[in-house]
Design a binder for this molecule. Structure first.
Ligand SMILES: Cc1cc2nc3c(=O)[nH]c(=O)nc-3n(C[C@H](O)[C@H](O)[C@H](O)COP(=O)(O)OP(=O)(O)OC[C@H]3O[C@@H](n4cnc5c(N)ncnc54)[C@H](O)[C@@H]3O)c2cc1C
Length: 465
């Protein structure tokens, strides 16, 4: 069905893109053949690195006519195989469109190109006393374009929401090559269907984002972080629901078990606080007045002690706070070091049911006799569930993992949850989409894809089963 990238296509690519932005060397393809999902790979036939929207537009017009698949790519830090060129063809890298175009203090907006590393946006706006809250744990590596495509979340989602809550305007190149602008520096805008909203989280299957306008808010003046240790895994899990029930909204409320802690110690090669604890909660609070934030910290401390916390460590300065968060940010890499082959799910449940969900994961671990390590953004109900292969035989692993995955999804769905909170459907979860959303919603999703991309040339093989 798809055409190969032949001599004529290569000639076209060399006309549109700078010579060093057309990569054809088979050795260069490896970097663009995978994201961060272990073991998932497909080689592209060519890679191009765009520097402006016009190039992207010309590429899409050509690819659409020639029936060559195109897979957009930010930094390749995704966790659902979204940037993997499942059907070969061309990988379109946005890594060189990496300028922060404007910080508009009058409108509290920042305009950026898609290849900017998310952390660079944080640093640039914070230097102006402004705040862009979404903070995926991969923020020092992933791009804002990838964040928009995945509607990335992060620990601060509990209080501040996720990427979609900040995207006000987009420039998008459609699979036809047409360029569309949707939204703008507008706080309100209900003109027609919400195309901007549709683009956010569309995983590079409806259009290529080439410019982004993000809403900013004032930077909170005071932050306090708490690290709380528990002897009982379930007490920590129940504390999460109890904090929410007391109507306190922390900035972040993260959960990790002892298995995560041990893996991080081995990875970071240092001892971490509360190394004997069975589970830890990492809580961030912020506000503008020190006494208000301290009062919140006090109430949370009380709730934790009511739920048999054994100790609470407080950090109110940047170096100590960074120390507390270092382990949390390292968990994914640390688990990879413990078991290079592992399988991560990203389910989300109503936050009041997080304790029940984690208890079910313990039962699943017993039943299958595989380490099932849970951590994540428990304050918003989003749990990363990791099944570790370690030294189990490959054939048994390949047979068992889909079963465990299916059970994890069933448990999340039965609690009123969903199969992915922030990592997306991509390649890895597409076969469970119908179970997750039902046949009617699936039909609508299929129809929407067809309207945008009737030839199915933009990131084919993703989301839809
Ligand atoms: C250690 C680690 C921690 C992580 N923590 C978090 C977390 O806390 N929260 C979270 O949400 N995610 C997290 N992730 C997942 C990942 O970082 C995010 O999904 C991120 O948004 C991916 O950005 P990227 O630039 O790497 O995108 P890529 O992996 O390159 O691409 C992701 C998807 O976006 C599409 N895409 C990329 N750029 C564009 C564009 N300009 N236009 C259209 N489509 C595009 C691609 O086709 C693909 O489908 C983590 C990943 C790792 C490895």
């Amino acid at each position: 069905m798809y055409r190969k990238v032949d001599e004529q296509a290569i000639e076209f690519l060399k006309e549109v893109f700078a010579a060093d932005d057309v990569l054809l060397d088979p050795e260069m393809m490896e970097k663009y053949s995978h994201d961060e999902v272990p073991g998932l790979r497909a080689e592209p036939e060519a890679v191009v690195r765009a520097t402006n929207a016009e190039q992207v537009s010309k590429l899409m017009e050509f690819a659409n006519e020639q029936m060559i698949p195109v897979t957009p790519r930010g930094a390749g830090y995704g966790l659902s195989g979204g940037a993997v060129p499942a059907h070969g063809g061309i990988v379109l890298s946005l890594e060189r469109m990496n300028r922060i175009l404007e910080i508009d203090k009058k409108n509290l907006m920042v305009t950026v190109e898609p290849g900017v590393i998310t952390e660079k946006i944080h640093q640039a706006v914070e230097a102006e006393g402004l705040f862009y809250p979404p903070d995926p744990a991969s923020l020092d590596s992933c791009t804002i374009g990838g964040n928009v495509a995945e509607c990335a979340g992060g620990p601060r989602a509990v209080k501040y929401g996720v990427t979609k809550d900040y995207v006000c305007g987009l420039e998008v190149v459609l699979p036809s090559g047409e360029i569309v602008h949707t939204g703008g520096k507008l706080v309100k805008d209900v003109t027609g269907y919400d195309l901007r909203g549709l683009m956010v989280g569309s995983e590079g299957t409806l259009g290529i984002v080439t410019k982004i306008i993000l809403r900013l808010i004032p930077l909170p003046k005071v932050t306090i972080d708490l690290l709380v240790a528990f002897n009982e895994f379930q007490s920590a899990a129940d504390t999460v629901s109890a904090i929410i029930e007391r109507q306190i909204l922390p900035t972040a409320l993260e959960f990790m078990g002892q298995d995560c802690l041990r893996a991080c110690e081995a990875y970071l090669k240092k001892e971490l606080p509360f190394r004997e604890a069975e589970a830890l909660l990492l809580i961030k609070l912020d506000g503008n007045r020190k006494e208000d934030v301290e009062a919140m910290a006090e109430v949370i401390g009380e709730v934790c002690l009511e739920h048999e916390a054994i100790d609470v460590l407080m950090a109110d300065n940047r170096p100590d706070q960074d120390r507390l968060w270092e382990a949390r940010r390292a968990i994914i890499d640390a688990l990879k070091m413990r078991s290079p082959v592992n399988h991560m799910e990203d389910v989300v449940v109503p936050r009041g049911r997080i304790g029940e969900f984690l208890a079910e994961m313990k039962k699943l671990e017993e039943e299958y006799q595989y380490p099932i390590v849970c951590f994540g953004h428990s304050g918003d109900g989003n749990v990363h569930v990791n099944v570790l292969k370690e030294d189990r035989p490959e054939d048994v692993w390949l047979k068992t993992v889909p079963q465990i995955s299916g059970r994890i999804f069933d448990i999340a769905l039965s609690l009123g949850g969903q199969i992915t909170g922030e990592h997306g459907v991509g390649l890895t979860r597409k076969n469970s989409l119908e179970k997750a959303v039902g046949p009617v919603a699936l039909r609508l999703i299929r129809d929407i894809k067809h309207v945008f991309d009737p030839n199915n040339i933009l990131n084919p093989g993703k989301i839809l089963p």
